[in-house]
Design a protein around this ligand. Structure first.
Ligand SMILES: Cc1cc2nc3c(=O)[nH]c(=O)nc-3n(C[C@H](O)[C@H](O)[C@H](O)COP(=O)(O)OP(=O)(O)OC[C@H]3O[C@@H](n4cnc5c(N)ncnc54)[C@H](O)[C@@H]3O)c2cc1C
Length: 400
């Protein structure tokens, strides 16, 4: 049976998230934009702590590890609400911190699960995934090309009882500089294809040799914190290698929750833009009537509604598939949901700018800011084109 009605618990979670987003996230996002804060993290910290107190960041972890034992569909409902208040806070602080610990769950051994997940849930820690690199195309991160010359250069070498990591990560690493722990992707072999030679390390932010760069200023996602990470002889014990050497691609590739989290934040943005434009069109008068009464405006609003609803259905489908068929979710449904949600946001932001006329591009109104937020979705995680190309080998044929 296909039943898209929400349970009582899901409705409660959705309402809790909506209340939190309106009361805690929206004012912070407004302030960061209004005051053009160069360092937004201090303004976000108290809000992030309250989200942690509500259990948001540990929602997906099993109860035995101190988590909420929720399913991805629950996380999608929550993240949509947070994304409606601010897509960067939803993505960087909540979706990322909610899904990155799943690396330990999926790839770690029992001791790592107990120790590392314990550290992650005990206080409002911020996590970071340091994967992409400045001189290697981000799109090469999980290349299927067999040549060992392609893909990341950061190298982890055996050194006594542990590893020594050297390399550099790109200026876009989310939460670099404010994180407590980093998941660092590094090569543990030079002579094998990338997918057999990358490994994931759990690195404490205080480790000597790990140095984040200056915060990267972007045209949108103003509340986000992104920076380079320099790794210069970073020593980590062998117990911080998640799983085994060369398991990195398998672990990362088996986690559809990450792109689904982004998709949920973007569905929230697409919805918020629609709601805002609808409200504006009901109040702005032209020729003696609200502009919503002019067909050209009404049609745009109907398309905005259709776009965000379609993206939401794809999101729910991908989230539900996380439990039913995680591989199908990872290869097909999650990339589809993420690209659809970003496309819906971009189109809705463009339409909203038009509906608001000249006001739409001023800083007094949020629509131009949302347009920048929407465009950033094109290349965060993987680019739209790379996600779509990655789906091709898995496209289903006609039913038998
Ligand atoms: C908001 C945001 C957050 C991010 N967070 C993180 C993070 O937390 N951690 C992290 O490590 N990185 C992060 N990144 C980096 C992100 O993973 C990369 O930007 C992304 O993978 C694209 O890589 P690139 O920018 O090097 O583009 P490139 O790979 O240089 O691509 C440039 C263009 O060429 C196209 N292209 C490249 N190769 C091919 C190909 N083989 N076939 C067809 N087209 C191709 C791309 O689609 C794109 O249009 C983040 C980026 C953003 C914008």
């Amino acid at each position: 049976m296909i039943d898209l009605r929400l349970t009582d618990e899901q409705q409660l979670l959705q309402q809790t998230a909506r209340d939190f987003a309106r009361a805690e996230i929206a004012p912070v996002a407004e302030r960061v934009a209004r005051e053009r804060l160069d360092e937004p993290w201090p303004a976000c910290q108290a809000m992030f702590r309250r989200g942690w107190e509500l259990g948001f960041t540990r929602l997906l972890l099993p109860e035995q590890h101190g988590g909420g034992g929720a399913r991805m569909i629950d996380a999608a409902l929550l993240l949509e609400e947070l994304g409606a208040a601010d897509v960067a806070i939803a993505a960087d602080l909540f979706a990322l911190n909610m899904t990155v610990p799943l690396i330990v769950l999926a790839g770690g051994n029992d001791a790592q699960r107990a120790e590392l997940l314990g550290r992650i849930v005990e206080r409002p820690v911020v996590l970071s995934g340091a994967l992409s690199e400045p001189n290697v195309a981000g799109s090469e991160l999980f290349t299927q090309d067999p040549s060992p010359k392609h893909g990341i250069r950061t190298r982890a070498r055996r050194d006594g009882e542990g590893y020594r990591i050297d390399g550099q990560k790109s200026a876009f690493v989310t939460n670099a500089g404010i994180a407590d722990y980093y998941f660092v992707l590094a090569r543990t072999a030079d002579d094998r294809p990338l997918w057999e030679s990358i490994s994931v390390f759990f690195v404490d932010a205080q480790t000597r040799g790990l140095t984040p760069g200056k915060r990267t200023r972007m045209s949108g996602w103003l509340t986000g914190h992104h920076a380079e990470v320099m790794l210069d002889g970073v020593e980590v014990p062998a117990s911080r290698l998640i799983g085994s050497e060369g398991a990195g691609a398998r672990i990362m590739g088996s986690l559809p929750q990450m792109p689904i989290g982004l998709a949920a934040a973007y569905v929230g943005l697409a919805r918020r833009i629609y709601e805002y434009a609808l409200d504006y069109a009901g109040r702005r008068q032209s020729m003696g009537v609200p502009i919503v009464r002019h067909q050209a405006v009404a049609l745009k609003l109907a398309e905005m509604y259709a776009d965000y609803q379609s993206a939401r259905l794809a999101l729910w489908d991908a989230a539900l598939d996380c439990d039913l068929d995680p591989m199908r979710a990872a290869t097909l449904k999650a990339p589809f949901a993420k690209t659809l949600a970003v496309d819906a946001s971009i189109r809705n932001a463009e339409r909203a700018v038009q509906i608001l006329g000249a006001y739409g591009i001023t800083e007094e109104y949020p629509t131009a800011r949302w347009l920048n937020d929407a465009w950033i979705g094109y290349s965060c995680d993987f680019t739209r084109d790379m996600l779509r190309l990655g789906m091709v080998p898995f496209l289903p044929g006609p039913p038998t």
